[in-house]
Design a protein around this ligand. Structure first.
Ligand code: AMO
Length: 417
């Protein structure tokens, strides 16, 4: 006879009078606890009768084979202790049998995450993080952590959150851009997985005010080289999820098809031409909007693909211009259907070129002097990208709303919990 001790939460209770079944949940799964009047201790029976969903209990007992139980075994309790009681009814049904709207679910997130399907999303996300680290380290990238309280904008001034910082005003970082570029001097290849903040006031299904980005930067890489790193990373993640996360994927009814490489590279100009061809009024030099891409019928844009060679006007100051085409850059957006999940490119690495570009864009050279000094101290040619982790999860799991892939999303109207 094997005696075990398990502690966990009441997931379900079935009281048939002479026999009581409890499904006990812990982080590894669910096990049935069975008490019967015939053989069971009366006191345990009384306790079991009173149990409610999510009461925290500890059971000691013997394990028996039982074909009808969820995983083929059940525990016959010898002792049962109630470690904490839960209120009844709970504000959210953790089994998911009674449906609740997204707002309610997010307000009660830990209860929502008991639901096996929702739980699976974050197990997969954790695995995506592990696989990303594994892949990038194997490629010679060093993991770094850069400051999140900063003094200047990197991705355009309008989206910064100010924070009082003693005598001055500082800002929350929008990206690790300048640091990761500088760190190519000592390390050549770096990556960071960090949380960033953007004060974008609009409330959409793909924007949050706090999001996680996977960033890389690599010396002596072209934009084509770093696009390869991105597509190989995505293929690695898909392959390994299929091998290690079958159960979670099954819960979410997902059959992951490994994307084919190379991902299509579609030129910005070509997309513009196509859009004009279907009657979209859009000027060269404008950003391409999601709505535009939705109406584009092109088999190359049905999965992951890159939109390459963007005009300088819509890209940030550090992006390198094409040598053979004025006004255009060696840059890309990584797309999944109409959703942008990443962007990157080659960077300017020569001091004079960078100053010229910054002046042209009306940026203050003085604000960036701590950064600019390195362009005179051996800045190598380099390239990199940032991929939004939460958006990457949307593409893998097929969610239309970014909030489904973030534990506690922060948006225009959501600051708690
Ligand atoms: P970019 O501004 O395009 O590039 O951001 C990179 C990726 O980060 C994600 N992202 C967001 N996700 C959710 N909510 C937001 N508000 C949000 N903003 C951005 C997107 C986006 O594609 N420094 C460059 C990257 C580089 O060139 O290396 C940058 O920040 O998935």
């Amino acid at each position: 006879m094997e005696i075990v001790r398990v502690a966990g939460w009441v997931f379900e209770k079935r009281d048939l009078g002479g026999i009581i079944f409890i499904l006990l949940r812990d982080s590894t799964g669910i096990i049935q606890v069975t008490w019967s009047r015939k053989r069971g201790d009366k006191e345990i029976g009384r306790k079991m009768k009173k149990l409610k969903i999510n009461d925290v209990i500890e059971v000691r007992g013997e394990v028996k084979k039982e074909e009808q139980a969820p995983n083929g075994v059940e525990i016959i309790p010898h002792t049962l202790r109630v470690l904490n009681e839960a209120e009844h009814p709970l504000p959210l049904d953790p089994t998911g049998k009674i449906d609740a709207g997204l707002e309610t679910r997010l307000n009660l997130r830990p209860l929502d995450l008991i639901n096996p399907k929702r739980n699976a999303i974050f197990r997969i996300k954790s695995e995506v993080l592990r696989l990303t680290r594994e892949f990038l380290r194997d490629r010679g990238f060093l993991e770094v952590i850069t400051p999140k309280i900063i003094a200047t904008a990197t991705e355009g001034g309008a989206e910064l959150f100010p924070v009082p910082y003693f005598e001055v005003t500082a800002f929350l970082a929008q990206s690790p851009q300048l640091y990761k570029e500088e760190l190519t001097i000592p390390f050549e290849r770096v990556f960071e997985i960090g949380t960033y903040f953007r004060a974008e006031p609009f409330n959409t299904n793909r924007h949050l005010n706090e999001f996680v980005s996977i960033d890389i930067e690599a010396a002596f890489h072209t934009y084509e080289d770093v696009m390869k790193v991105a597509e190989e990373l995505i293929v690695h993640v898909y392959k390994r999820l299929n091998e290690g996360m079958e159960e979670e994927l099954k819960l979410l009814n997902l059959d992951l098809r490994i994307p084919q490489t190379p991902f299509p590279r579609v030129k910005y100009d070509e997309i513009m031409e196509k859009l004009r061809g279907i009657g979209v009024k859009i000027e060269s030099g404008e950003d391409i909007k999601m709505e535009h891409l939705e109406s584009l019928k092109d088999e190359r844009t049905e999965g992951y693909y890159f939109i390459i060679d963007w005009p300088s006007k819509v890209k940030t100051f550090y992006t390198k211009d094409k040598e053979d085409r004025e006004g255009y850059t060696n840059s890309f957006d990584l797309m999944y259907r109409e959703l942008e999940i990443g962007s990157g490119g080659e960077r300017i690495h020569k001091y004079n070129d960078l100053i010229k570009k910054m002046r042209k864009m009306g940026l203050s050279i003085d604000n960036f002097r701590h950064h600019l000094v390195f362009y005179k101290c051996g800045m190598p040619p380099h390239a990199g990208w940032g991929i939004g982790l939460d958006r990457l999860m949307m593409s893998i799991l097929g969610f239309k709303n970014i909030r489904e892939t973030v534990l506690y999303p922060r948006d225009r109207f959501r600051l708690v919990p």
